[in-house]
Design a protein around this ligand. Structure first.
Ligand code: ZN
Length: 463
């Protein structure tokens, strides 16, 4: 694998670095995976929440703490398909394959195992705890951004008709909650991303307003669930026609799932610059099939990947990527390269979410959202698509080290409250706002879930 040797530092940056608060400037050393390719022996210089430089021979301001990772440094992963607060619930199967999502959502087993406990835990006031737990679970899988927080997921006690305003530090305190609390826009600004589970249920006025918002760019992205079901299921297959008839094939829209879409549907999506968000494990578990992503790729559709949720999908992004890589290896010819899968989880996702100017790749000037993996593989893309959560050595969000191997965390963050985690036998450390915050979150959720006959899901399966 040829290494790139580009140093993306301009001399114009140096005076800025010397002015900045020294304690905010630090650097990671390892193999950095940049848009041009892997750079061995690279330094990633971080100043506050921003990547200031990446490359070999990066000059460091005096006093900069340089941390040797002995690993691969990737951009933080961007999950465009999740249902955040549901990830507190254990893995679930109905025992049979469904035709479309409308089928399993009607099952009493689904109601008892998932929707009732979820809704009661939230109604009892534990929505924020569920949200915090899910943010940590996402970091365990390498994510620094995710979507999928519903407006009812944080409803607090007494708020019977409308969601109450969540308290400070309720959401987005660990990772970016896109569309809600991403920290990518000025405080108080509306987030220009919308995530919808049932876009065909919009009335005409809502549909028109959505299209107008995308066309005048007050909204940058709308991620919508369409055609979730078996490829042979009529109701799932018909949804694309309904979407097109409503004029919703416009740039900025991305279709989540699309399992029942055809090659002509993908051609129409590519023509309209509509993206696709793929969730293979959940598709196979619920419907026994997944999206014809090879056809979508051939049509030129931009594809991202997301786990859906952990009850029927993967616990996080790395786990979903490994699932996708294993599925890919069963295809002849294979649909994707390892680098294609890496792109789906990083820059493709950033492009579909309208945040590529701020994150999604290791480039000077972007936010410092980073993932460090330890691996004995030589190819960073192959290491990436076959990694397990215990290999996550460090997750940096907006320039702040949030989670990682205990030894590395102690180097990059020598002081501050922390919680010890054991991830598949490896000691990890989580940066927390107060000493007991993590144990309190777990206890709160465990107690509530037990009342509704279930248990708190693990942060990850180990396999
Ligand atoms: Zn979904």
């Amino acid at each position: 694998m040829p290494a790139m040797f580009r140093t993306i530092l301009t001399s114009a940056l140096l005076p800025l670095l010397s002015i900045g608060a020294q304690a905010q400037v630090w650097a990671l050393h390892g193999t950095a995976v940049t848009p041009e390719g892997p750079v061995t022996g690279a330094t990633v210089l971080i100043d506050g929440n921003t990547i200031r430089a990446v490359g070999q021979n990066v000059p460091l301001p005096s006093g900069t703490k340089l941390i040797e990772t002995n690993g691969f440094i990737y951009p933080g992963l961007i999950d465009l398909h999740n249902h955040v607060t549901w990830n507190i619930l254990p893995h679930w199967t109905s025992g049979t394959k469904s035709g479309a999502r409308y089928d399993w959502q009607q099952l009493p087993e689904y109601r008892m195992a998932l929707s009732l406990p979820h809704d009661r835990v939230v109604a009892e006031g534990h929505g924020c705890a569920a949200e915090r737990y899910a943010e940590v679970k996402a970091m365990v899988g390498g994510a620094t951004s995710q979507t999928g927080l519903g407006e009812d997921d944080l409803t607090l006690p007494g708020a019977t008709t409308a969601p109450a305003k969540p308290p400070p530090n309720c959401l987005g305190s660990y990772i970016r909650e896109l569309g809600v609390s991403s920290r990518l826009y000025p405080a108080g600004a509306a987030e220009p991303l919308n995530f919808e589970i049932s876009p065909l249920a919009y009335d005409a006025a809502h549909t028109l307003a959505l299209i107008e918002s995308l066309q005048n760019h007050t909204l940058q992205a709308s991620l919508i669930h369409i055609a979730e079901g078996s490829p042979t299921d009529a109701s799932a297959a018909h949804e694309f026609g309904f979407l097109r008839a409503r004029g919703m094939l416009v740039p900025g829209v991305s279709i989540i799932h699309g399992v029942a879409l055809t090659s002509s549907n993908f051609a129409a999506m590519a023509k309209a610059s509509v993206g696709l968000i793929w969730s293979p494990r959940s598709n196979f578990e619920l419907y026994g099939a997944t999206t014809n992503v090879a056809s979508a790729k051939q049509a030129g559709v931009t594809i991202a990947i997301g786990p859906d949720w952990s009850p029927t999908g993967s616990d996080g992004m790395l786990q979903e990527l490994k699932y996708a890589a294993i599925w890919n290896a069963t295809q002849f010819p294979v649909a994707f390269t390892d680098r294609d899968l890496f792109q789906m989880a990083t820059l493709n996702a950033a492009n579909l979410a309208g945040i590529a100017a701020q994150t999604g790749s290791i480039v000077a000037g972007k936010r410092a959202d980073l993932l460090v993996l330890k691996s004995d593989q030589s190819d960073p893309y192959n290491a990436f698509t076959h990694a397990s959560p215990e290999q996550v050595a460090l997750v940096v969000v907006d320039g702040t080290p949030q989670y990682g191997d205990t030894t590395l965390m102690r180097q990059v963050r020598p002081s501050g409250a922390s919680a010890a985690l054991n991830v598949c036998g490896v000691a990890k450390e989580l940066a927390v706002p107060t000493k007991d915050a993590w144990s309190a979150t777990q206890t709160e959720l465990t107690t509530s879930l037990h009342r509704w006959g279930t248990t708190l899901a693990p942060l990850t399966e180990c396999r």
